[in-house]
Write a protein that binds this ligand. Structure first.
Ligand code: SF4
Ligand code: SF4
Length: 82
């Protein structure tokens, strides 16, 4: 999962772009729910929140490192086949 650092300027660019609804407005800045963030695996080649963030304040979450395989498993859980 990814992490929004406290450099976030609350510009609101990333929240509507997340395909998993993982980004929400927290007490002070936008935050990412690690349980919902697949690092955009299954949707995009690169994390789309990083692509739209004007100040590059989104980083790998140091406490939620996941392999590509784990991210795919999360994607399948979040988006079960119809
Ligand atoms: Fe959402 Fe993708 Fe950013 Fe994770 S990396 S918060 S899934 S836009
Ligand atoms: Fe914060 Fe970047 Fe999201 Fe804007 S795009 S709300 S600066 S994390």
């Amino acid at each position: 999962a990814l992490l929004i650092t406290d450099k976030c300027i609350n510009c609101d660019m990333c929240e509507p772009e997340c395909p998993n609804g993982a980004i929400y407005y927290g007490p002070e800045i936008y935050e990412i729910d690690p349980a919902l963030c697949t690092e955009c695996v299954g949707h995009y080649d690169k994390p789309t929140c990083i692509s739209v963030c004007p100040i590059d304040c989104i980083i790998d979450h140091p406490e939620h490192r996941e392999t590509e395989e784990q991210l795919w498993e999360k994607f399948v859980l979040l988006h079960p086949p119809q």
